[in-house]
Design a binder for this molecule. Sequence first.
Ligand code: FES
Length: 330
Amino acid sequence: MNAPLVELRLKQIRLEAQGIVSYEFVSATDVPLPPFDAGAHIDLHLAHDRVRSYSLANAPSDTGRYLIAVQREAAGRGGSAWMHTKPRVGDVLHASLPANDFALVEDAALSIFIVGGIGITPVLAMLHRLGAVGRPRRLYYASRSAGETAFAEELLAMAGDANACCAANGLDAACEVEFCFGTSRVERLDIEAIVRAAPAESHLYCCGPARMIDAFIEACTSRPPHTVHFERFAAGSEAATDGGFDVLLQRCGERFTVAPGKTILDALLDHGIDVPYACTAGVCGTCRTTVLEGQPDHRDDFLSTEEKKANDSIMVCCSGSRSKTLVLDL
Ligand code: FES
């Protein structure tokens, strides 16, 4: 946990859509903000040792600020509620250096993005970047309603500017944006049809809820893997909360039972054990913990199949135990 941190001053808070607020940070010191690539995120340190990962939404060329957006999650662990109620303009927060698990291929003939809700944040930075390098891009953006669609005006302006410039030069449209509002089956994006119609040489990206990502992965099974990119905000499986097993912490000697309704992370925090975590959804890898004995019930989307089979590490935020006792290197 001694990774270098960036000191950020909150410059602006803005309501982007119903339940979605954006936060613009600038450097709180004389040191300029580290640069980032489109698709990158920062781990923001909130109160009570909470850390949350947020994608950077502004254009990478827009140096000097980091823009994130947070959707209020009724069922979250309190990170989004804290972000929506506590920070004030002028506050100083700390964050990790930008890291990127969702890199953009900048020289694709066509980039197609399928996005759900707050999944727009890394994609907004990608669309800006592709515009800067003169590459065509197409966005399919699903949300519950127009009022819950963040950055809609910015996206339409981006497409309008890019396409006006192309029309003036007799070129095809460079940026297409299609919104899809609603929650019923018929109102949802037809991901299979979008993927089927995508030119062979295009790269496809998806960022959104688990159901959308699962449909995207299934639709892309016959496409070359290097052209298929996705980022989950939550693991594909439900967190293990059946409890009923013991956790033994080898180094501190403490032993306790994980109660039904709790994850291992919940139980560790309840017992005052300080473990790093961020997404709490099995996707970021922050809570990876070494397993010394026992068989984890893996529920994350971070470890590879081989790593899961090895049974020597576990994402404590979402995974459980198949054995009666799990011995952890804590
Ligand atoms: S906190 Fe992100 S994988 Fe556990």
